[in-house]
Ligand binder design. Structure first.
Ligand code: F6R
Length: 608
């Protein structure tokens, strides 16, 4: 939710700020703005809508100056408008602030500031910060910010400049992401790594409660109370090319095609020469694993769907009962979690507020918490007891694709490891499953080259207003993910059901205008899925069947058939996902939608 950038160095600040914001636009795109110190003037430019509007304004009226801050907004407090766009300034116009997060006590602060004579011009929570800095400033910006932070409740990543200290940016964070790219004679503050990669791969990950004084020469990090802090420096493994479109029309399409690589990287090194699945991140002895009575999975959105796949695998292979909850429900329902529970928190960004709150809740109750995330140094990596990384590389498209299948790969490894530690699967069975799993990236690669039939299916969806996705077993989470992808990027209503549930209500929806996707891959419920296809077709629906290669029978039952490579039933979630991702993509393109930046969404949900 919202992206922030700050630059200080020898370059023209607006070039770096606009370039950085473009790479953060996935975080929000309701409005954008910059504030740059140009000589003795603090120049502020803000525009409603996408970054392109701001870019155009700056092209018409360039701003010089080599220190500044910028923001791309996902509105929380106050509608998208120019007044509510960041940066926000104080009464004097000498201080500018950009913010990602929510200041929960902003209403009290506004009243206090107004009573003291400050004139607030926006409806935002952020503007209070600019005025508070003005109120506390006595010649030292870091000191003033420290005092302000002590007054704030809620979450923030902040970057602040003051005309009185024209070589300094002060940055601070609590519960919202913030990193600092460390360059040669220049430094860049940002919400996420892609914004700094053009200049450096050396990144300082600011921790909660820390304050950074950033100049062109260096960065000084202190804790909130002023004590010096030991900065955490990370060398980023991927380069700028990974964060660019690389010849693809959209990031989403590129990311769909990057899945073989993401899967290979995520699975790399997971099988030891001794036949034991390597998962040192679990850091549990066989006795500790044996003592696990239950696994609880928490996640939101697409990550929740990966969790549903994991539930099936852990129960089937390790024979441990698994609960799964969306994080926003888990944290508020007094969950039954204790020292005998392994909690698995799945979050690609590692910053989702509800999942982080769930992690905290679980830790307080004595559970061991494993995080599954794609972002090195993200918040969840500091809060969980252990971290399993997916190695999918940066995902810029708002709709999750490669990180979803990479999550399934990582969770499959976890399920195998638990099964092995529990002695619930024979060595031969683990070895056979691993062999098949390790082969999936190649199968997906071949599958991606052979999905031309999706274009025809997409035409059946193009003018639909509503659709259904059905599946059984591992096809249920795939159906749910397919429905989520379609609704978020094409704005067609889509519902997913366990196919057996259809006769208990949803079948009433079926008309010839409602296309139905059925995940009908081969397995022990295949025939039931075929019966479900017949039931919906008998009511006039057009069916797209996702079936297994070599299934000649299915073409007699469905108008459209998309085939996936043959894999064993329990491992087919990854290959079965590829067609539903591509279907959503193609439908959205036919409808002229912006697939990378769907309306109302932002990639990382750092507010509740
Ligand atoms: C959908 C999507 C979202 C995220 C959800 C959780 O395409 O991307 O549903 O899956 O916001 O995000 P993370 O995994 O970062 O916690």
């Amino acid at each position: 939710m919202c992206g922030i950038v700050g630059y200080v160095g020898p370059r023209r600040a607006t070039d770096v700020l606009i370039g950085g914001l473009a790479r953060l636009e996935y975080r929000g795109y309701d409005s954008a703005g910059v504030a740059v110190i140009d000589g003795d003037v603090l120049e502020v430019q803000r525009r409603v809508g996408k970054l392109a509007n701001l870019r155009e304004a700056i092209t018409v009226k360039p701003i010089e100056g080599s220190i500044g801050i910028g923001h791309t907004r996902w509105a929380t407090h106050g509608r998208p408008s120019e007044e509510n766009a960041h940066p926000h300034t104080d009464c004097s116009g000498r201080i500018a602030v950009v913010h990602n997060g929510i200041i929960e006590n902003y209403s009290d602060l506004r009243s206090e500031l107004a009573a003291a004579g400050h004139v607030l011009r926006s409806e935002t929570d952020t503007e209070t910060v600019a005025h508070l800095v003005e109120a506390y400033y006595e010649g030292d910006l870091v000191e003033a910010v420290r005092k302000v932070l002590a007054r704030l409740r809620g979450s923030y990543a902040l970057a602040i400049v003051h005309l009185d200290s024209p070589d300094e940016i002060v940055a601070a964070r609590r519960d919202s992401p913030l990193i600092i790219g460390l360059g040669e004679g220049e430094n860049i503050v940002a919400s996420d790594i892609p914004a700094v990669l053009e200049y450096t791969r050396k990144v300082l990950a600011l921790r909660d409660g820390q304050v950074a004084l950033v100049t062109a020469e260096g960065v000084t990090v202190t804790e909130l109370d002023g004590t010096p802090a030991e900065p955490e420096i990370i060398m980023v493994e991927w380069d700028l090319a990974a964060a660019e479109k690389g010849g693809y029309e959209d990031f989403m399409l590129k990311e769909i095609y990057e899945q073989p690589k993401a899967l290979r990287e995520t699975l790399r090194g997971r099988m030891g020469a001794d036949g034991v699945i390597q998962l040192s991140e679990l850091a549990m002895t066989p006795e500790q694993v044996a003592a696990i009575e239950r696994v609880t999975i928490i996640a939101c959105g697409t990550s929740y769907h990966a969790g549903l796949v994991a539930k099936q695998l852990i129960e089937a292979w390790a024979r441990i009962p698994v609960d799964i909850d969306v994080s926003s429900e888990f944290r508020y329902r007094d969950p039954i979690v204790d020292a005998r529970t392994l909690v698995v928190a799945i979050t690609q960004s590692g910053e989702t507020a509800d999942t982080l709150a769930g992690v905290r809740e679980a830790c307080e109750r004595g559970a061991k918490v494993m995080a599954v995330t794609n972002v090195v140094g993200s918040r969840v990596t500091r809060e969980a007891d252990g971290v399993i990384y997916t190695h999918a590389g940066p995902e810029i498209g708002v709709a999750a694709t490669k990180t979803f299948t990479a999550q399934i790969a990582a969770l499959t490894v976890l399920a195998l490891r638990l099964a092995q530690a529990k002695g619930a699967l024979s060595e031969e069975r683990v070895a056979a499953l691993w062999d098949e799993l390790a082969h999936i990236p190649d199968l997906v690669e071949a599958e991606l080259e052979d999905l031309g039939s999706i274009d025809e299916c997409a035409l059946a969806f193009k003018d639909a207003t509503s659709s259904l996705f059905l599946g059984r077993g591992s096809g249920v989470p795939v159906a749910m993910e397919g429905a989520l992808k379609l609704k978020e990027i094409s704005y067609i209503h889509a519902e997913a059901y366990a196919a057996g549930e259809m006769k208990h209500g949803p079948i009433a929806l079926i008309t010839p205008d409602i296309p139905v996707v059925v995940i009908a891959t081969q397995g022990h419920t295949y025939e039931k899925a075929v019966s479900n296809i017949q039931e919906v077709r008998a009511r006039g629906a057009q069916v797209v069947a996702v079936a297994t290669a070599g299934d000649d029978e299915i073409a007699h039952h469905a108008e459209y058939v998309v085939t996936i490579p043959r894999v064993s039933e329990q491992l087919c979630a990854i290959p079965a996902t590829i067609p539903v991702q591509l279907l959503a993509y193609r439908v959205a393109k036919l409808r002229g939608c912006n697939v990378d930046q769907p309306r109302n969404l932002a990639k990382s949900v750092t507010v509740e």
